[in-house]
Design a protein around this ligand. Structure first.
Ligand code: GLA
Length: 740
């Protein structure tokens, strides 16, 4: 049983082979945190970890007792009032205007398995022995408000999931102003915070800095999880590296505005919180109503950041992604966006698809421009019926032609948006999320449909259902190309406006769920101007995401490296595109573009009919190679060995689950002259196994490859007589396939 309750000390211990999470019910009845970290031996009493120090000026709970102060106790789920003056996990307002609540323990329940969360993504288990759950029920006797803290621990992963529910059982209303999914108070601040930040086309770059007193946080107020900051943070010890040392990662299964941060107080306690962004959020509960937060996931690792990432990858692959594509190899696709943009017709599309089919590509994806009057990005969004001038036989006709080539067929949609120049906008201008008293911003000439309104979601579902019904569509790329800037719903009262941003996301999840239920065989890929909604919440609905609009191989090293901190290669859309690259105008070798994209949901995004015969032959070889090793690339254990943020050379590798096959990706951005010797110490191999190295056919023992390293030195460049041969200049890459 991984969750123990010690009755006499009222202590909860969640543990498995690698992690322990311990909290207790304090003498005032509120839950206090004792420990989170590597596994401890279970025992009855951990009260030595409950440090109470007499401190000047502290607000104290009991008359005559100068020790018990919530300002100085580590807490499970702190609220305002009663002495804790750090940021609360939750802030609520009673009808009398008071923000003071005190939630005391009333009961708990422990059970095998895990429940889902209504309307929200959640990790799940297929058998009840994979997870165990705890629900702790607390009550504010004064208002009758209930607070439920939910915990789940995985049996064989260093993972704890948490979320919170508030229920108003009392007669008067309460208004929630802030409700984090979780809170954890760590006893020290000797950590560095790792975050993933960026912008369009440079998503999820890694930034690391030491904690300092005060609040440090990442957030989105954009209505989507965003390219700017990912809903994730990790804390690592200074000495923790990619391959060794202690760290913990926190992420949120949520695709809307979020806040994730650490508050370091003046006694070096670090308070980690993650949840829905509280600004502009407000949710009133009448008697009998409740509010449930999104789920947060904690991962603990003593094996460095790779250990943390591998636990996230396994968790998401096995216990987050659902449906037909869970743990399944992803089809190799070709997408026409960078090949044609809006300028295509059926014949052009079929020509690209024919060449792709000959090369062994498995799925053709028709991107933006197939519907309404969508000949550029000023018009047509919202009009989800086929443009018969471009596609005279409709989507089903085109789909049939693609299928007759032996390929699957996929379609781009952007269901949450509308252009002013569209029939939908002309019919329903009130469905747009704007404050009618002001001129709203557009983003890429488009406006956000108010998905907090059920009738809007119903209408879009009906339109998409009409397109999909009978059309044999196997894949959908669901895009979302603008940030929300005027969050206001004309269907909500003044007191309900604080719900809109969250209800919008619930509407998005609802539409996904309805489409998944009706079309369970469709593979969804999420997208938001590239990687602007790449979050764990989305993976519950869409098993893969378009990682970035930037498909330049050099830029992708950083983007995919950072993305892999949390998300597995199986879900990272990665395409080979044309040169000069359409985002950075860089020329990289064809094989480097493929060698980078192999470590993901692989595909092409270029006009194959413009390739030379030699390049087409390379495409055929790449596709054959990917099919052979796809399971290793997408589901192998992924190790980051050398960082593009710190080095001219990026190295990563994937090792098959049985350790029989490993593929090392080696990438060098700029060539260097007359450099030293280079070896890369590999990870995750079987030390006693002999591996054949594809580069030179040599057999080398796993132990040697991990201890002495794989030799990656090459000829010294720039010497007399050496000539450029296309694979020894800038932007070169090599794949070393190791087979036992
Ligand atoms: C976004 C996506 C691209 C493409 C275009 C189409 O920018 O990220 O991949 O689908 O929209 O308009």
């Amino acid at each position: 049983m991984p969750i123990h309750y010690h009755e006499n000390t009222r202590t909860f211990h969640l543990f498995n082979a690698s992690v322990s999470y311990i909290f207790t019910i304090l003498e005032n009845g509120t839950p206090g945190s004792l420990y989170y970290g590597a596994r401890l031996t279970d025992k009855d009493d951990y009260s030595e970890l409950l440090e109470m120090k007499r401190r000047a000026n502290a607000p104290c709970t009991y008359e005559g007792n100068l020790l018990f102060s919530l300002e100085h106790l580590k807490q499970e789920y702190p609220l305002y009032g009663h002495g804790d003056l750090r940021y609360p996990a939750c802030s609520m307002r009673r009808e009398n205007g008071s923000h003071i609540f005190e939630f005391r323990y009333i009961s708990h329940v422990i059970y095998s398995g895990k429940h889902g969360i209504n309307g929200l993504p959640a990790i799940w288990c297929s058998t009840t022995d994979e997870m165990e759950s705890l629900e702790v029920e607390l009550e504010d006797a004064n208002s009758g408000t209930r607070l439920t803290l939910y915990y789940t621990i995985c049996s064989d992963l260093p993972v704890i999931a948490r979320h919170t529910r508030i229920t108003q059982a009392g007669a008067s209303a309460v208004t929630i102003e802030r409700v984090m999914s979780c809170n954890v108070d760590l006893i020290d601040d000797a950590w560095e915070m790792v975050q993933l930040n960026g912008a369009w086309s440079r998503e999820r770059h890694v930034t690391t800095m030491p904690l300092r007193p005060g609040i440090q946080s990442v957030y989105s107020m954009r209505g989507h999880s965003s390219a700017q900051f990912n809903p994730f943070l990790a804390l690592k010890r200074k000495e923790c590296t990619e391959t060794q040392g202690e760290c913990m990662g926190f992420t949120l299964l949520y695709s809307g505005s979020f806040l994730a941060g650490v508050e370091v107080d003046n006694y070096h306690v670090s308070r980690v919180q993650i949840g829905i962004h509280p600004d502009c959020f407000e949710w009133t509960l009448q008697q009998g109503e409740s509010f449930e937060t999104p789920e947060a996931v904690y991962v603990y690792s003593e094996d460095g950041l790779n250990g943390m990432s591998q636990a996230f990858h396994t968790l998401f692959n096995r216990h987050l992604v659902r449906g037909k594509y869970r743990m399944k190899e992803r089809p190799i696709l070709i997408n026409n966006w960078e090949a044609t943009y809006f300028d295509f017709d059926e014949e052009k599309i079929v020509r690209i698809a024919e060449t792709a089919a000959q090369a062994g590509i498995e799925l053709f994806v028709l991107d933006d421009g197939w519907f309404g009057n969508r000949n550029d990005d000023h018009r047509g969004l919202g009009d989800w019926y086929v443009n018969l001038q471009k596609l005279p036989h409709g989507i089903s006709g085109l789909s049939q032609r693609i299928h007759s080539l032996g390929m699957q067929f996929g379609l781009w949609i952007e269901p949450e948006m509308v252009n002013r120049d569209s029939n939908l906008y002309r019919t329903h201008p009130e469905w747009v999320m704007v404050d009618p008293d002001y001129v709203p911003c557009h983003g890429r000439n488009q406006y956000v449909l108010d998905f907090s309104r059920k009738e809007v979601v119903d209408y879009i579902f009906k339109c998409l259902d009409q397109v999909l019904d009978g059309a044999d569509v196997n894949y959908i790329k669901w895009d979302m190309n603008r940030t929300m800037s005027e969050v206001y719903s004309r269907s909500h009262s003044s007191l309900q406006q604080g719900r809109v941003m969250h209800e919008y996301i619930l509407g998005v999840y609802d539409l996904y769920e309805r489409l998944i239920q009706k079309y369970p065989d469709i593979l969804f890929e999420s997208c938001a101007s590239g990687g602007g909604r790449f979050d764990a919440g989305m993976l519950y609905y869409a098993p893969q995401a378009w990682t970035s609009d930037n498909s330049d191989a050099v830029e992708r090293l950083k983007i995919q490296y950072g993305t892999s901190y949390v998300y597995p290669p199986s879900c990272m859309g990665a395409h080979v595109s044309a040169v000069p690259n359409h985002q950075v105008f860089r020329n990289t070798p064809f094989n480097t573009r493929a060698n980078t994209a192999f470590y993901g949901a692989f595909g092409y995004e270029l006009d194959l009919s413009k390739l030379t015969e030699d390049e087409l032959e390379q495409v055929r070889q790449q596709v054959t190679f990917m099919k052979k090793y796809r399971s290793v690339f997408q589901y192998g254990t992924f190790y980051r060995l050398s960082s593009p943020f710190e080095s001219n050379e990026t190295v990563w590798m994937s090792v098959s689950q049985d350790q029989k096959t490993a593929i090392v990706g080696y990438y060098r951005v700029l060539n260097e002259v007359n450099v030293g010797y280079r070896r890369i110490r590999l990870k995750g191999l079987n030390p006693d196994e002999q591996y054949r190295i594809s580069m030179d056919g040599r057999w080398i023992e796993g132990r040697e490859l991990m201890k002495a390293g794989l030799v990656t030195s090459d000829y010294t460049s720039g010497e007399n007589g050496e000539i450029y041969n296309g694979s020894n200049g800038d932007f070169i890459s090599r794949l070393y396939v190791l087979e036992a």
